[in-house]
Design a protein around this ligand. Structure first.
Ligand SMILES: Cc1cc2nc3c(=O)[nH]c(=O)nc-3n(C[C@H](O)[C@H](O)[C@H](O)COP(=O)(O)OP(=O)(O)OC[C@H]3O[C@@H](n4cnc5c(N)ncnc54)[C@H](O)[C@@H]3O)c2cc1C
Length: 367
């Protein structure tokens, strides 16, 4: 089989890439190892900036709109950071991912299930993949197949990836003391516990950016018991997050990585959807430019990723300080000088660096 572009994986990064390519008339084949809807371990918090980064409305799959944040440090000193405008949208990942895939197929992408990719050979003229469904040749390959990316493994690109880890569970029903969107910092080393209310359940979990921190199912059960007054989580599962993307250099050639495959999760909060969508779209753009002008797709992708790499490095430095000094970080976060511009910045869809500058400007304006 031959096509212009193959996108491996059909999650948010790959759908974003395939949608843009198909909309521009490029023949694009979207491969995933499973049929949709499929389970995806994720709390399903889609920030304003992530929603804005999507090329279509996701109104039909938004379960809840969040305007305020409940935060604590080690479940003590609970504070609510109020806001007027939406800062986050709650979705259910299987439904959200299916919706994105449907939009992408409608735009013209072809979707196929391949259970196994055995080899990927890149040459000057194109890329050849051997799969359980036979051989597939394309001009460009976008590997957006998640944190355990087979494309990354088979092509030896970005071996410096690092991993965070998250464990999530479900608490059925919504209690009287509905947590809304809650973060409990320093509940685990290098991370936090979360409780996100959806339409008819609460998604709870523990996140750490440190791969050496062990999170057990019992840790989640203890957290939920204390956080939600004796509740017990069900459907508990854990998964890694791809971190370290500030070091990702696409290099040269015809294979580009996007989303978790390229370690593009924000290490501070474990937010991965935004950079998955943005990087998928940037990869698509680089491929289209290469097809139109003959330039090297990886090189232009590398340039396009510069703001993301800068953002991720800043997030990593912030996370290192914040999680080393959680009491100080928490005091700063909840102080009026930070709280007001931060909530305003979230609602305006600002990335972290811009958020901090916004807080700084706000603070300067007051003295
Ligand atoms: C516990 C937890 C909670 C999280 N909560 C949030 C949150 O609230 N908000 C947020 O923004 N981010 C969150 N994240 C991060 C977010 O889930 C990821 O960053 C995001 O899903 C990355 O998107 P992606 O498209 O790169 O990869 P994925 O969403 O992982 O999609 C990869 C796709 O590739 C397919 N695939 C894998 N291997 C192959 C293969 N060999 N061949 C073909 N297909 C393959 C998979 O089936 C999958 O469909 C969370 C992560 C975890 C672990």
């Amino acid at each position: 089989m031959k096509t212009d572009v193959v996108v491996v994986g059909a999650g948010p990064a790959e759908c974003a890439a395939a949608y843009d390519l198909a909309s521009r008339g490029v023949h694009v084949l979207l491969l995933d190892r499973t049929e949709f809807p499929r389970k995806k371990v994720c709390a399903g918090g889609l920030t304003v900036k992530a929603r804005r980064a999507l090329p279509y409305s996701i109104e039909p799959v938004v379960q809840r709109t969040v305007r305020s944040l409940a935060v604590s440090c080690r479940l003590r000193r609970q504070r609510v950071l109020p806001g007027k405008d939406p800062i986050c949208y709650m979705v259910d990942r299987p439904a959200f991912d299916l919706f994105c895939l449907q939009q992408t197929i409608t735009a013209g992408a072809v979707f196929k299930v391949v259970e196994r990719i055995d080899s990927i050979v890149e040459s000057r003229g194109g890329v050849r993949m051997i799969t359980d469904r036979g051989s597939i040749c394309c001009r460009y390959l976008i590997g957006a197949d998640g944190v355990h990316s087979r494309v990354r493994l088979l092509t030896g690109r970005f071996e410096a990836i690092r991993f965070g880890f998250g464990v999530e569970g479900i608490v059925a029903g919504l209690p009287g003391n509905d947590p809304g969107m809650g973060f409990d910092f320093d509940r685990v080393g290098g991370g936090y516990g979360w409780a996100f209310s959806k339409k008819d359940h609460i998604n709870v979990g523990l996140y750490t950016l440190r791969s050496q921190t062990l999170i057990r199912h019992q840790d989640l059960a203890d957290y939920v018991f204390r956080r939600l007054g004796g509740a017990t989580p069900g459907q508990v599962s854990g998964y890694r997050l791809g971190i370290g993307g500030w070091r990702y250099r696409p290099g040269q050639g015809r294979v580009l990585l996007a989303g978790d495959a390229a370690g593009l999760v924000d290490p501070l909060l474990g937010e991965g959807l935004y950079h998955a969508i943005v990087s998928g779209r940037k990869a698509a753009r680089a491929v289209v430019d290469a097809m139109d002008t003959g330039c090297d797709a990886c090189r232009s992708y590398e340039t396009a990723l510069t703001p993301i790499r800068r953002e991720l490095l800043f997030a990593m430095i912030t996370a290192a300080v914040f999680y080393r000094l959680p009491d100080l970080g928490f005091a700063l976060l909840t102080s009026p000088a930070a709280r007001i511009p931060l909530m305003g910045g979230f609602a305006r869809g600002m990335p972290l660096l811009a958020l901090v500058l916004n807080a700084y400007r706000f603070w300067l304006g007051r003295i």
